[in-house]
Design a protein around this ligand. Structure first.
Ligand SMILES: Nc1ncnc2c1ncn2[C@@H]1O[C@H](COP(=O)(O)OP(=O)(O)O)[C@@H](O)[C@H]1O
Ligand SMILES: [Mg+2]
Length: 246
């Protein structure tokens, strides 16, 4: 099958004063459509730097990145931005929603850059995305009127509204309690089962059990890259957790 992502000898240096930080050192791998990859590593190992690269938010110091077969280096800035907007959905630890803005408006946002989508279609797509994450009864709630788990669901709906081929998540469960983390993880597993390619960055080794492949980073290098043949069910873990007392 064709690689959706291929990186070759990727390096990213940051120059800070007289020091150079080698955040990524000679990283190479390919990801195929439909994989659910966790990228694991302790704080400072280069996970976010790598994810920003994969999401075309940053450019490598050296090495090549082919997204859906196209060399990202050769794309112009505008091409890269529109490619990113259409092909990639981002989810962050801190949700990055607009404050005091409704769930619906937040999810409609990525579609505003697409002139071929009418206002009516925009609303319809945003409502469908919110429904897919189980928030159909919260569409008019503002960000500050929702729990962390609900805000992360809005962020996931926003990431999915353009029907991207890849979802990139950076510590997406990092701010959430155990139960809510498994709920969000179960949602990612469902999106994966529906055929999405997911790359989920985390420092939490327990999460690798729920993905189909785990890449371990240490000091900016890949030190392990393993397929997981016994993928755990976050839904099952969730059902086994003690119920919350209302
Ligand atoms: N913009 C930046 N400027 C300078 N150094 C950076 C920058 N971003 C990341 N780094 C450094 O690169 C290394 C990897 O960082 P990061 O990718 O954020 O790690 P992780 O997400 O695994 O915690 C760290 O040493 C960090 O301090
Ligand atoms: Mg990070």
């Amino acid at each position: 099958m064709k690689d959706i992502i291929r990186i070759e000898n990727l390096c990213r240096d940051f120059v800070v004063g007289s020091e150079t930080v080698h955040a990524l050192r000679d990283v190479s791998f390919s990801i195929q459509p439909g994989e659910f990859v966790t990228i694991m590593g302790t704080s400072g190992s280069g996970k976010s730097t790598l994810l920003n690269m994969l999401g075309c938010l940053d450019i490598p110091t050296s090495g090549e990145y082919y997204l859906d077969g196209k060399p990202v280096r050769e794309m112009g800035k505008n091409d890269r931005a529109s490619y990113r907007n259409l092909k990639i959905g981002f989810i962050f630890q801190s949700y990055n929603l607009l404050p005091k803005t409704t769930a619906l408006e937040n999810v409609e946002l990525p579609l505003l850059y697409n002139p071929s989508v009418s206002k009516r279609v925009r609303r319809e797509k945003a409502l469908n995305a919110l429904k897919a994450v189980g928030l159909e009864n919260r569409v008019n709630h503002r960000s500050n009127q929702m729990s962390g788990g609900q805000q992360q669901r809005v962020a996931i709906a926003r990431a999915m509204v353009n029907d991207p081929v890849i979802l990139l998540a950076d510590e997406a469960t990092g701010n959430l309690d155990t139960r809510t983390s498994y709920e969000i993880l179960a949602l990612f597993q469902r999106l994966h089962a529906e055929g999405r390619t997911i790359i989920f960055v985390t420092h939490n080794p327990e999460i690798a059990e729920f993905s189909s492949r785990n890449i371990l980073l240490r000091d900016g290098r890949v030190v392990e890259d393993k397929k997981n043949s016994r993928i755990g069910s976050a839904r099952q873990v969730l059902e086994a957790l003690p119920k919350e007392i209302d």
